[in-house]
Structures are given as C-alpha cells and as structure tokens.
Design a protein around this ligand. Structure first.
Ligand SMILES: Nc1nc2c(c(=O)[nH]1)N[C@@H](CN(C=O)c1ccc(C(=O)N[C@@H](CCC(=O)O)C(=O)O)cc1)CN2
Length: 282
C-alpha cells in the first residue's frame, strides 16, 4: 500500500502529538503506523507516522505546504516521503563479496524496496556478479599516493546516478572529508566489530588477541572520523577460546550481512532519525 512517511524531530513540549494528529485527522489522514520518543537527556521529541496516501485529499507537495505552518510553530526538523518513490542507492565494495552479494540478492528478491543505481569498486573482482543483476559496475581504482582523482570520480558517479543513499558494503577505503560532509547521514557503512570496540582495520584480529567471547558488526553513518558515526544497527555472535581467527571471520560475515541489511532497510523506510551522534530508530 502506498503511504506517506512523516518524520519529525523538535524541542519537546506538550501538544505536539495532538497538533500533528489533529492535522492528519482534519484531512481524513488514515494513520497506519505511529511512533513517538521523548528524549529526556536532550529535551527533544521524535515521531514518525505512516499515512495511507489514498486517504488524503492532496499529494506530497500540497501536504508539505499544508504542514509547513505547524512545522514552523514547533521548530520542527522534518521530512515527508512517498513510498511510491523508490530511493536510489549506490553500493560500494572492495574485494570482499559477502555483503554486496547479500544486498544484491535481497534487492533481486524484492526484499529491499529501492533502486540500485550502480556499484562502485576499487577492484574489478566483483564485476561479473553485479552485471549478472543488470546493474552498472564502475571500477575506480584508488592510488594510495594520490587518492583525490579516484574520489573525484566517485563523487561524479554518485551525482550522475542521483544517489540518495551510498552503502559501503565492506568498501575498504577511507572516504575524504568533503564526501562525508556532502552526504552527511546518507552514507552507510558496515564495520565488522561491535563498536566502539576495535575500530579501524582488522577488527577480528584485534578481537582474537583480546580474547573476547562476543564479536559483532555495526551499521553506522559515515563521518570524517573513522567508524565513529551515528550507529543505526548492531548485533553480536558468541565465540570461544577454540575459535580461530578464520572461524571468527566466518561467524562475523553472517552478522555483518544481517546488520547491514537491517540498517539499510531502516534507512530506506525512514525509520532512522539522527540527533547529535546518536540515532532514534523506530
Ligand atoms: N570517512 C570514513 N570512511 C570510511 C569509514 C568511516 O567511518 N569514515 N568506514 C570505513 C570502513 N572501514 C571499516 O569498517 C575501514 C576501511 C578502510 C580502512 C583503512 O585503513 N583503509 C586504508 C586502505 C586499506 C587498503 O588499501 O586495503 C586507507 O583508506 O588508507 C579502515 C577502516 C570505510 N570508509
């Protein structure tokens, strides 16, 4: 069913829910999902509504115009999206294929409701798998001594494909600051550890050396600071003294795939609201 998603963050006060609910009811808006969170620490209020598009007397632009006065009155940070408009996603990967393959399969089987516009990689290894899905593949090698040309090309491709979401599916290059700021809260990464433990490269090796009993994966928004962006989703799996690093990598891959797919779906469904360096996920 086609719905509009209304996502709001604003300074907390009495009357927000009533105001929004009355606005929707006054236009015969049929609410199919409603979530609210009052954050005591920050004094902010967060809400997300899904409304049946066919219950409203207007389209999304007219909705924006009609709701704008309320948004101004309550100093809202807000957005409204239409499920009929699939979000355009650019996937980025290096040599590891498990996360990319998993997302491509979930998309191919209609589990992920989005348009995968292209795949960008700094290696050519994964081309055949991507082109089997009929998706354009761009090999953009990165010169460690001069990375700028590569990321200028990445930026050009992301713009050319009008990406609304960029997913780093085990893409093993650090994005430059300008790309992180231009696409703030629109670049999603899967880090193969339960952050904040073991940031940076080779987290499973770090975990093995530390002797941990749980390893995990973290899906987060990409920021200039490595693996420090707002966390969207995490999960863990048990390990023991008898597990080798290879065992950990194998167990970890399953968690990475699950966590990245969940995190991307939450973003695609407009369930993630960023506030500071944290998220509310409805
Ligand atoms: N600006 C950001 N870029 C990236 C982030 C991030 O949070 N902010 N996450 C990483 C993913 N990642 C771990 O999950 C990671 C990737 C790469 C490296 C790294 O040291 N890369 C080296 C090159 C390694 C190689 O050539 O094989 C480098 O970029 O110099 C550490 C962590 C994705 N990007």
């Amino acid at each position: 069913m086609r719905t509009f998603r209304l996502v709001i963050a604003c300074p907390d006060r009495v009357g927000i829910v009533a105001k929004v609910s009355n606005f929707l009811a006054s236009h015969n808006g049929w609410i199919t999902e409603a979530s609210h969170h009052s954050d005591n620490l920050s004094g902010w209020f967060f809400m997300r509504h899904e409304i049946r598009a066919d219950s409203l007397p207007f389209g999304i632009e007219a909705f924006r115009e009609a709701f704008a006065p309320i948004a101004e009155e309550f100093s809202m940070n807000w957005r409204i999206t239409d499920t009929a408009q699939k979000k355009r996603v650019v996937l980025m990967a290096s040599r590891e294929s498990h996360c990319l393959a998993d997302l491509l399969h979930r998309w191919h089987s209609d589990e992920l409701d989005c348009e995968i516009s292209c795949v960008i990689s700094n290696h050519d290894d994964l081309r055949s798998m991507v082109e089997w899905h009929g998706i354009p593949y761009y090999h953009v090698p990165v010169n460690p001594q001069d990375k700028e040309p590569a990321f200028a090309e990445v930026s050009r491709l992301v713009k050319q494909h009008e990406a609304e979401v960029v997913v780093l599916a085990r893409y093993m290059q650090i994005l430059p600051p300008e790309l992180c700021s231009e696409y703030a809260h629109k670049v999603i990464n899967i880090h193969h550890s339960f952050l904040p433990s073991f940031v940076g490269a080779k987290p499973y090796h770090q975990a093995s050396l530390r002797g941990v009993k749980l390893i995990g994966a973290t899906c987060h928004y990409v920021t200039e600071e490595l693996d420090a962006g707002p966390i969207i989703e995490q999960d863990v799996v048990r390990v023991s003294h008898s597990d080798s690093i290879e065992d950990m990598v194998r167990f970890g891959r399953d968690v990475e795939k699950m966590v990245l797919a969940r995190g991307l779906r939450y973003h695609l469904e407009d369930r993630v609201l960023v506030h500071g360096n944290k998220t509310v996920v409805f």
